[in-house]
Write a protein that binds this ligand. Structure first.
Ligand SMILES: [Zn+2]
Length: 284
């Protein structure tokens, strides 16, 4: 029997392949996860639509090959993708940002990224976007400022720089009111996966793998764990069991409310990344 870790790795490899070449294999009908937050991603990678009184926000875009399904999911929920005002990216990897340019061209939405990943992107674009039709490049038009709470009418979003997976990886805390006016918080860790910062970038910035591992642990325990989070939003569905909890009424988000889930998730992921073996690809 493969281990849970091996199972997740296999799901990731298969999901990444399908996401770009056979997107129908990873299709998931959209559903609501929090009062104003909807899942519009696929079974491999998440994208979340945030419905604010000042327009729609998309957190991550999925891969370019499957982006048409994200737009379709937005329509199925009864929203018009042309009302998208902001595309907020967790980091500069094609499974999360591959659709950014296509969606920006279509909707005119602003593209947000951390300034650090905007620089890191210049290192990775050479490799990740060598086939432009697979992963069109884009220019971010806005940069996160973690010192400011962003308010979009009835929804507030706080960003947190949480590097290691990429140097400018960003996590999100989204606060939105339910029908009774009670605020529920939902959070997504932007990069709970293996460290993927290349040597060229680390050399330029005098960074070591150890620095990144330690930073990940510090941010995880000190910045993220103290947050009160009612709903944990996985950046990739295989990292949790969100899809198994979707009820028959896909607008009912109550099965996703679990104020312990965020801490459980961090407690499981932080040591895993801290003890991460950079040769995992060769060894797995
Ligand atoms: Zn990534």
């Amino acid at each position: 029997m493969p281990s849970r870790g091996q199972e997740i790795t296999n799901q990731f490899i298969e999901g990444a392949r399908s996401s770009s070449t056979a997107p129908w294999k990873v299709a998931v009908k959209p559903f609501r996860v929090a009062p104003k937050v909807y899942f519009v991603g696929n079974s491999y990678v998440s994208a979340y639509l945030v419905d604010t009184s000042e327009g729609l926000i998309l957190i991550d875009t999925v891969m370019f090959g499957s982006v048409y399904m994200t737009l379709e999911s937005i329509r199925l929920l009864g929203f018009d993708p042309l009302n998208l005002k902001h595309i907020m990216l967790s980091h500069c990897h094609p499974d999360h940002d591959g659709g950014a340019e296509a969606i920006r061209q279509y909707t005119g939405a602003e593209i947000w990224l951390s300034a650090i990943d905007a620089e890191f992107k210049t290192f990775t674009d050479k490799v990740q976007r060598e086939t432009p039709s697979m992963n069109p490049s884009y220019e971010p038009t806005r940069f996160y400022d973690d010192t400011k709470l962003m308010e979009f009418g009835d929804v507030a979003i706080q960003t947190y720089l949480t590097p290691a997976h990429t140097p400018g990886n960003t996590s999100f805390l989204i606060a939105s009111p339910d029908e009774q006016g009670k605020t529920l918080t939902a959070a997504m860790h932007g990069g709970p996966g293996p460290i993927s910062v290349n040597e060229e970038y680390m050399a330029k910035h005098n960074l070591t793998m150890d620095d990144l591992r330690k930073q990940f642990m510090e941010d995880g325990y000190e910045k993220l764990k103290p947050l009160h989070v009612d709903i944990e939003l996985p950046s990739h569905p295989p990292l949790g069991n969100m899809l198994d909890r979707v009820p028959a009424d896909r607008m009912d988000y109550s099965p996703h409310v679990d104020p312990e889930a965020w801490v459980r998730f961090l407690d499981a992921r932080i040591p895993r990344i801290y003890n991460y073996d950079p040769n995992w690809r060769q060894n797995s």
